[in-house]
Design a protein around this ligand. Structure first.
Ligand code: FRU
Length: 615
């Protein structure tokens, strides 16, 4: 996806591209005064748009108090460099133009002498600049997935569709590529392919940093913030976790914090409010993760300000190994018929199907107050997973999506190793946007499928392979993957297993690094082995084999695969079996080999497309 930068943060490229990513040419205009062993003032005396903050990821956060005209404007936490600068992050000085700015910094490392504290690498590397270059300088930045321009990202937040635009907010640290300073970053798109980047939408404030949440459009002005106001509800995370509102009159570009916050307080950790208008009961409905209690709370309201707790769902049900987070609740048709069921998404961490983060969901009924989950033949509530890869978490859906679509996007990472993946200028991408639907499995249970949103068809570039029917056996057949754009591509095919016990698709490069998918018709499963996929040693939890059921009776398996620079997403049997996995090959995979464990099988209608990143 092409990154378009809105003129409000338009940043010309006078930056030097260099090995360390986000760097800037030296500038004067910064005065450093050491006050004590762990206390230093950095005074901005020059007049520039940005102050670059030098970061070293291995060090602890320093507390940086931004003092403007003698008053504290904000406090941010930055891993200021001690022995070397990994990269620098911009502090936007434009709101302070014409005012005195001093950073009153308290570092975490206590030194015995001021002389020792003065040695830190950061002090000579605070630099002023009028422009920063956000063009990509990293090999693992995706070519067509949404990423922040710089800094850390986790959960998608507050998504809504309005006036032809898909708005996407996200948990963002603008001051480093590890988790901290939670802010709602903001991007928007008219086609779910190209993303425009906007300034931060909601920043940490007096009630805490800004954790995950949702937004809704108040068509009837029930909250009194104005007709069609965009209303965001998020968790203010300070000493406790409380729920707050903010509203926007400019389609979600800027938000005003509601002065009556918080609107919900509870005694134990509760977060990630997801609210929607329920047309059946004609009231606002809110589902809130009671994280440590491992249950979801359901509230209703007429004005979004006063909420009544109606019920709780989930105690002791489903996967219970980790905290329950980021819920979503919506109704969908079953098998494309008039029959409808409710889906409750419950992100859980750890305790996912292959360790760490995962998305479980419950199918059931919702009467406006209480959610009741379907049971299986034994009368128990089955645990179901939306994605059997390791890297799809915190998935939630857009509100007000057109044509009753249930379009969702997840954070393409896993808390087990998200902070260690081999990137610098930014950390983490989102999954491809997906459409969720419901189908009935052979066991009579209702399951959720997810397929790439139809807009992604626009990514298809040149068709470099088109094979109507290919016979394969143990020896295998090899196809070249595109060379352009580091091999990013889309692949579709139907696997006819014949008598083969298994059929494998091996993505590999000349260094012998490989990601292997294996279809086992007798088990109705597809697995994904990334143990030798490239760089895997940054975490012991990264090398893994994941396996998804494919619900196809062991017959022909249609698969659709999206390869980006650091991820592979596979949608099998029209999204009934899905795996999203990160991979970090040191060179792009340049071939796909198809082989069986013995007997011959067929691949029908194999097509490999380049990805058109210049849409
Ligand atoms: C899920 C989560 C949320 C929380 C946010 C904080 O990944 O832990 O529960 O709101 O991240 O960044």
């Amino acid at each position: 996806m092409k990154a378009i930068i809105k003129s409000t943060i338009s940043i010309a490229a006078v930056y030097m591209a260099c090995m360390t990513g986000f760097t800037v040419m030296a500038s004067d205009g910064v005065k450093v005064e050491h006050l004590g062993t762990n206390n230093t003032l950095v005074r901005v005396v020059g007049d520039s748009k940005y102050l670059m903050l030098p970061v070293q990821e291995a060090y602890d956060d320093a507390t940086v108090n931004v003092v403007v005209d003698g008053k504290l404007d904000r406090t941010i936490y930055v891993r200021l460099a001690k022995s070397k600068v990994d990269y620098s992050m911009p502090l936007d000085l434009t709101p302070y133009k014409g005012h005195d700015v001093v950073l009153n910094i308290v570092t975490s490392q206590n030194r015995s002498t001021v002389r020792e504290a003065k040695e830190d690498a950061c002090w000579s590397n605070f630099q002023l600049t009028d422009s920063i270059d956000v063009t990509n300088q990293e090999k693992y930045r995706p070519a067509y997935h949404h990423t922040p321009l710089y800094g850390w990202m986790n959960d998608p937040n507050g998504m809504f569709y309005k006036d032809g635009k898909w708005h996407l907010y996200y948990q963002w640290n603008p001051y480093g590529s590890k988790w901290q300073n939670m802010t709602w970053g903001h991007s928007s798109s008219s086609d779910l392919v190209n993303w425009e980047h906007h300034p931060a939408a909601i920043e940490p404030n007096g009630l805490g940093s800004v954790f995950s949440g949702s937004s809704a459009i108040d068509h009837e002005n029930s909250a009194g913030f104005g007709k069609d106001a965009v209303i965001a509800m998020y968790t203010s995370a300070g000493a406790s976790q409380i729920q707050s509102l903010a509203y926007s009159h400019d389609n979600g570009n800027t938000f005003t914090i509601y002065p009556g916050n918080p609107v919900i307080t509870l005694e134990s950790e509760a977060r990630d409010p997801n609210m929607f208008w329920n047309p059946d009961t004609k009231h606002w409905t809110l589902i809130l993760a009671h994280a440590l209690d491992k249950e979801m709370l359901i509230f209703t309201s007429h004005d979004m300000k006063e909420w009544t707790l109606q019920s709780s769902f989930g105690k002791g049900l489903g996967a219970q190994d980790g905290v329950w987070e980021c819920p979503d609740l919506f109704e969908l048709p079953v098998d494309g018929t008039d029959r409808k069921k409710w889906v409750l998404l419950c992100n859980i961490n750890p305790g996912g199907p292959f360790g760490g983060s995962g998305i479980q969901y419950f199918i059931g009924d919702f009467d406006g107050k209480t959610f009741t989950a379907d049971t299986d033949a034994n009368g128990s509530v089955p645990t179901k997973w939306l994605d059997y890869g390791k890297d799809n978490y915190a998935i939630v859906s857009w509100s007000d999506a057109p044509d009753n679509r249930r379009t969702a996007i997840g954070w393409m990472s896993n808390w087990q190793y998200a902070a260690e993946v081999p990137t610098k200028q930014f950390r983490s991408a989102n999954t491809l946007p997906r459409e969720i639907s419901l189908f009935t499995g052979a066991d009579g249970q209702i399951y959720a499928a997810s397929v790439p949103s139809p807009e992604l068809n626009a990514l298809r570039g040149k068709e470099i392979v088109n094979a109507k029917s290919v016979s394969v056996n143990k020896k295998g057949k090899t196809f070249s993957l595109p060379a352009e754009n580091d091999g990013v591509c889309e692949i579709i095919m139907n696997i006819e297993p014949g008598k083969a016990g298994s059929l494998s698709l091996t993505f590999s490069n000349d260094k012998g690094e490989k990601s292997v998918m294996t279809y086992a018709p007798n088990y109705e499963t597809l697995s994904f082995d990334r143990r030798e996929s490239g760089i895997v040693d940054f975490s012991q939890d990264f090398p893994a084999v994941t396996t998804t059921p494919v619900f196809n009776g062991g017959r022909t398996l249609p698969v659709r695969i999206f390869v980006d620079r650091a991820s592979i997403e596979v949608f099998a049997n029209d999204g009934k079996g899905v795996m999203t996995n990160l991979v970090f090959p040191t060179e792009p995979y340049n071939k796909l080999t198809v082989n069986t464990d013995g007997a011959s099988a067929k691949i029908k209608n194999l097509k490999i497309f380049t990805i058109n990143t210049e849409k």
